[in-house]
Structures are given as C-alpha cells and as structure tokens.
Write a protein that binds this ligand. Structure first.
Ligand code: IVH
Length: 683
C-alpha cells in the first residue's frame, strides 16, 4: 500500500490517541490533577508511535510524539521580538512597595487602597517567548537583549508543560505567550544525581541547569532535562477578544493549555501587596522551585495601558526581591589558589550549609586585607550570604561565638603549587607567586585564558584537559599547543582518536584570529577584552604595540598609567617576546588592522551611564563609547549629549529629565552602538 493511502479507522485512531495524550498532559500540567497511570500513558504513546511509523504521512509536527526534532546545525538563529521583552523595576522593602502603589494610584487618579494587583511568585528561571499561529507552536525564543533573542524552538518543544497545539475551539489566530522556563528542586536533584553516576555535567543550581539545557543544539538533551514552564504574560493576541484584566487573561491561557502559577492571587492596595510578598517569603522554602521574589502587576489592562512604560520597564508592575539569604557556618580552613598571573586568593573551606537553595562549601576571601577586615580565624563561626547567582560571600565573623582554639590565617611564604617565593609588592593588595610560567598553576590558568571563548576560542580544550597536558609536561607555553599531534592526544584519559582529531582541527582553526583577540589571549595584566580591542585599533599591528613607548601607551583612551606600565613591562620580558614569536611561528596569524586611526563618530559628545546595565558591564559600555570617540562623564550637565539609564537610575536620570537631555535605555543604547560601530567598520 502506498504510504499516502490511510484507512479511515487508522486516521481516527491516531486522532483519538493524540487527543487522549494531550488531555492527559493537560490534566497533569495545567489542572495539577492525578492523571492516567504512567503505564496507560506509555501504552497510548507506544501505540501512536507504532501507527505513525507505519503511516508516516500521518505524522504532524504537533503530534505528541514529535517533541524531539533533528539537532540544529551551527548557531542559533536570531529572533526579533516584535513586542520588546522588558524587565521590571525592583523593590527591596515594604516602603518601596508602598511607594510603587502610591505612584501608580496618583498617576491613575485612583484610591491606592482599592487598586487591584495580580501577584505571582518571581521565578528564578529564564524568560521565554512562545509564538502560536492558528493554535500551533511555531517559535520559541530567549529574551536576549529584549529586542533580539535566540531561536530555541527545538528545545522548548521538548517541554511537556508547553502545548505544541492549543486547546479548545476558541483559538486565536496569533498568540505570543511569555513565561519562565525553569527546573524544579526535585527534578534538579535527580538530574544531577544521574549526571554524577554517568560522569556527566553536574550543575551548581537549577537556574544554570535550565539555562544550559535551553542552549543545547540537540533537542534530545533538553528532552532529558526536567524543564518546566509557567506562563505569565500575553504579548500579542489576534483573532480573539482581549480580557479586561491580567488575571482573566491568565485564566484564558490556562484554558488554552498553559500552566500558570497556582500561587497567583489578586490583592488590593499596598497592604495587600505587602502581605502577598510576606506570604511568599514564608512559602518560599516549601515550593519545589526557586523563587527570588514576587511580581506585582496592576490587574486592570486598561490601567496598565494608561500607565505605560518608562525606559525599559512597565510602570504597572514591580518585582519585589527577597533579601539575600544568610546562614551561619564554621570556617574549617583556608586554601590559597594561584591565579593566572600568580595572584594568591584565600578561599574559605566551610562546613557545608544550604544558602538560598544551594549547598555552599567554599567562599572567596578575596585577599589578606579582607581577611584582616573580617578578623577571620580558622575555627570561627561565620555568616555566609548568597544572593541569586552571586558567588557566596563571608559577610561577618561572629566574634562572640569564637571558640578558644582558633588559628590565624597565614599567607604562605612559598607557593602551594610550585614552591616559589611569594611576593607582596608595595602598594598592591594581592600577594603573588613569583614562579611565573614555571608554576604549573599559573601555566594552567594562562592556557585556560588563552583557549577561552573571547581569546583564541579553542573548542574542546577544557580545564581538565589542560590540567593533564600541563601535568604531563606536554605543554609549557601556549605555542606548544599547536605542536600537539592526534596520536599523543588520543592516548590521554577520556580522549579518543575522534576527539583528538577534533581538537587538532580546532587548534588549526584558532590559528587564524584577530589582533585584538591575540592581544587579549597573551594575558597582559589588566588588559581585558575591551582594552585589547582599543589597543589593536590604535596600534594596528603587534609590532607597533610591542615597541610602543610608555607615553604612547598612556595616551590611549582609558589606558591609565598602571595598565600602560603593565603592557610596557610585558613586552620587555624576553620570555613573553619569545612566546609571541613562537606563536607566530606556529602559524597564529591575523589580518592586519587596516587603519590605525579609526573614525571617531562620537567625537565631542559626552555620555553618562547610570543605573544597572544587564547586557554589558559599565566598563564595557564606557570602553565602546570611548572607542567611538565619546567622552564618558560621571555626572549630568547641560553639556551631556545622552544618558543611558538602567534600572535603579536615580538622581542622574532626574537631572537629565530636568535638563531635557536625551535618555535612552540599555536596549536602545546597544542598538545604537551596534549601528554606529557597523558604520565605522569597527571590527
Ligand atoms: S512579568 C513586562 N511575571 O522577571 C515584564 N516576570 O525582572 C513582564 N519573571 O524577565 C514580566 N517571574 O523573566 C513576570 N511571574 C512573573 C515572573 C517574571 C519571573 C522574570 C522574567 C522577567 C524578569 C523581570
């Protein structure tokens, strides 16, 4: 029989199976009810798979069997959000919550106590946008910079709580739903447990695990991860009636097959909002997923529209952030880690303690000045703080609980890795191992830096492999990497002919780079990615940079006397000159930068950066502006050309508004920068 001829009873059975499977999913994910027994569900799935295998013409993309598609080749495609994905302003206290309610009520001319809010927990996951045309999921995208995200359709399709096909008869012709993708505590523990057994990747927390899963090119990996989805917003809706309130809209989404947070509540006024945040703080520990606060939205859509937006956040919603969590534990010991340029960092070994959902066993003490400031001794009781994704910190020593037998924390006199003398240069906080590239720790760190994504971006050369290469003395300097052969690599632990071949190919690819990357990769102290780009641009060739006088280096925008001295000293050390030569001899090359003196389209303009930037650091933003010739100032005046304001912007933003200076948000800033850089043929 030709595969196109499908008996009617088979087609009906397939439809019926899909309906029953979708229904079971809906019951389970949306209504949170006991669904059919697993065994029955599996049987339905197996029957459907068998029929689809027999009659491939019956397969449709929205069939429940089709959650895993072919791996994506190459990079993720970018997706332009037709409605920008905004973020929210934050409130950290009851006072700030009251002020938010009051501000909104004043603008609306209504009574603050009768204003209705729809409140939800703030999930600590990743914002995702889902697009449905005629009820079929056609696209899933990350938030990205709010304007442009990445196409992750293949991965969102694997998430059981995301419908591939909408439910019911009243399906809109176009629907864009936004929400949070996350991994729950139980799922997270199970997946890490499995990873441990199978020697796979173990994640630090559920958020990282969710982010890592969505970034997979192969959907079968995302499918194995316990990803979940809660919808929280409709961004576009065509071909159906809009609801009048946010809460009605959420009910509508549930009817269409989306899962929304069961904690959702409608409250009135500041007292209602504050009460909800308190309740969430109490419920936090008993929820199966991580939350970092609550989101409070004005319920009426008409009022939302009236309030509108400011900068990149709506005036009708706010995120309440829980205070950072703190716990007390014992400081069991201190180890000294050796960094790329030999800096010794004291790292506290702690009695394991759960802080904000993560087991903390180590915390950095930064340097010996910090150790003295804290007055920390081994054996002390210390307070550890962790906020969101931030590295755990020791905030305080509990002096009145100090036992009698504590020990002083002493900086070793010799490097714990190579035994070289430790030096503490005058005027510097950090102590350093004087071993240079003789020290295996420094060698490993330098090689990691050299291979990292922003440097030579050598695929497949990870931390563990570098450790082995250094320990077996197969690699002493970065140039040695390029002499490695497939046969010797294939013999290393966890390597085989294929992975060795891939690494050699990746090294070969990395040979062709840019001057900026090369300058960054060789690891001059305090020369980050942005400074390297400025230097490449300014000097145009490595030779010119290597022979530059100190004064010349200091005249480069943003290169201060200290950095200039680091660069100057670096190229006056024979070992560095030899390394650079050896790399060039090994075939590392780049296209010459065409003209050293680039156009400076922003010359004469003064810019001010204020508030928090999310996509890039302040320094990076500053660097990029300066590269284009702009001046970056710390305060707003009549002469200010433009202010870039992130969330939390305060007096500078007010001043700019008062003076009528142009204010833009981070997303517009990035767009504008990219445009200008392109015009200036920057890279
Ligand atoms: S509403 C206009 N609701 O928080 C902005 N966001 O800081 C609409 N988030 O990027 C966002 N839980 O990823 C909303 N219940 C919730 C949320 C939530 C987590 C995240 C979201 C957003 C960020 C804003």
């Amino acid at each position: 029989m030709s595969s196109q001829e499908i008996p009617a009873d088979i087609a009906n059975e397939v439809n019926d199976l899909r309906h029953r499977i979708d229904e079971a999913n809906y019951r389970y994910y949306v209504e949170n009810e006991a669904h059919i027994p697993d065994a029955d569900y599996d049987q339905l799935m197996r029957r459907l798979e068998a029929l689809e295998a027999q009659y491939p013409a019956l397969v449709t993309p929205e069939s429940p069997t089709q959650r895993v598609g072919a791996p994506v080749a190459g990079d993720f495609a970018s997706v332009t959000h037709s409605v920008r994905m905004l973020s929210l302003d934050n409130a950290f206290s009851d006072e700030e919550l009251s002020a938010f309610v009051k501000r909104a009520a004043t603008r609306l001319g209504s009574d603050p106590e009768s204003l209705a809010f729809c409140c939800e927990p703030k999930l600590d996951g990743l914002a995702v946008s889902l697009l449905y045309r005629d009820g079929i999921l056609v696209q899933g995208a990350t938030r990205g910079d709010g304007s442009t995200g990445e196409d992750i359709t293949h991965n969102v399709r694997t998430i059981d709580s995301i419908p591939l096909k909408l439910f019911g008869n009243d399906v809109p012709s176009l629907l864009e739903v936004r929400g949070e993708v996350f991994i729950g505590q139980h799922g997270f523990e199970r997946m890490n447990e499995r990873a441990r057994q199978e020697n796979g990747k173990v994640f630090a927390n559920p958020r990282n695990a969710a982010a890592g899963s969505l970034r997979q090119l192969d959907a079968s990996i995302a499918r194995q991860r316990p990803l979940e989805f809660f919808a929280y917003q409709v961004a576009q809706l065509e071909g159906a009636e809009w609801a009048d309130t946010h809460s009605e809209m959420m009910a509508r989404l549930r009817a269409l097959g989306f899962r929304s947070n069961p904690e959702l509540a409608i409250v009135q006024g500041a007292s209602g909002v504050i009460g909800f945040c308190q309740r969430m703080g109490e419920r936090r520990a008993s929820l199966d997923y991580d939350i970092d606060g609550a989101v409070l939205k004005i319920d009426s859509l008409a009022q939302q529209a009236e309030l509108g937006f400011v900068s990149r956040a709506p005036r009708w919603a706010i995120a309440f952030k829980f205070p950072a969590e703190e716990k007390m534990t014992t400081l069991k010991g201190v180890e000294f880690q050796v960094g790329r340029i030999g800096t010794l960092t004291p790292v506290a070994r702690l009695e394991p303690v759960q802080v904000a959902g993560v087991t903390v066993t180590n915390a950095t003490l930064h340097n010996m000045d910090e150790v003295s400031r804290l007055d920390a001794r081994i054996g002390d009781q210390v307070i550890v703080r962790r906020a969101g994704d931030v590295i755990p910190q020791i905030v305080q020593v509990v002096i009145d609980q100090r036992p009698d037998d504590t020990h002083e924390i002493v900086m070793p006199s010799h490097c714990p890795v190579c035994g070289s003398q430790i030096e503490r240069l005058e005027g510097e906080v950090a102590a350093r191992c004087s071993g240079g590239l003789f020290c295996p720790a420094q060698r490993k760190e330098s090689l990691q830096h050299f291979a990292s994504r922003k440097a030579l971006d050598i695929d497949g050369l990870g931390e563990k492999l570098i450790d082995v290469l250094v320990e077996r003395e197969m690699v002493k300097t970065p140039a040695d990497l390029f002499g490695l052969g497939v046969a010797e690599l294939a013999e290393l632990p966890r390597m085989a002919e294929k992975s060795a071949g891939n690494l050699v190919a990746a090294l070969d690819k990395a040979r062709s780079t840019t001057l900026a990357r090369f300058i960054y990769a060789i690891g001059i102290r305090e020369v980050g990615e942005a400074t390297a780009a400025v230097l490449a641009n300014r000097f145009g060739s490595l030779e010119a940079l290597m022979s530059a006088a100190l004064e010349q280096l200091m005249s480069v925008p943003d290169v201060g006397p200290i950095v200039a001295r680091h660069i100057h000293t670096f190229f006056r050390q024979q070992v560095n000159v030899d390394t650079v030569k050896a790399l060039q001899q090994a075939g590392v090359h780049w296209a010459e930068v065409e003209s050293a003196d680039r156009p400076q389209p922003l010359e004469g303009q003064t810019w001010v950066l204020t508030g928090t930037l999310e996509q890039l650091t302040r320094d990076e933003a500053k660097e990029r502006l300066q590269q284009l010739g702009a001046k970056v100032a710390g305060s707003v005046s009549k002469k200010t050309f433009c202010v870039v304001a992130g969330p939390g912007a305060g007096s500078k933003l007010a001043k700019a508004e008062q003076l009528g200076v142009e204010v833009i948000d981070e997303a517009s800033f990035l767009e504008r920068l990219a445009g200008i850089e392109r015009d200036a043929a920057w890279r």
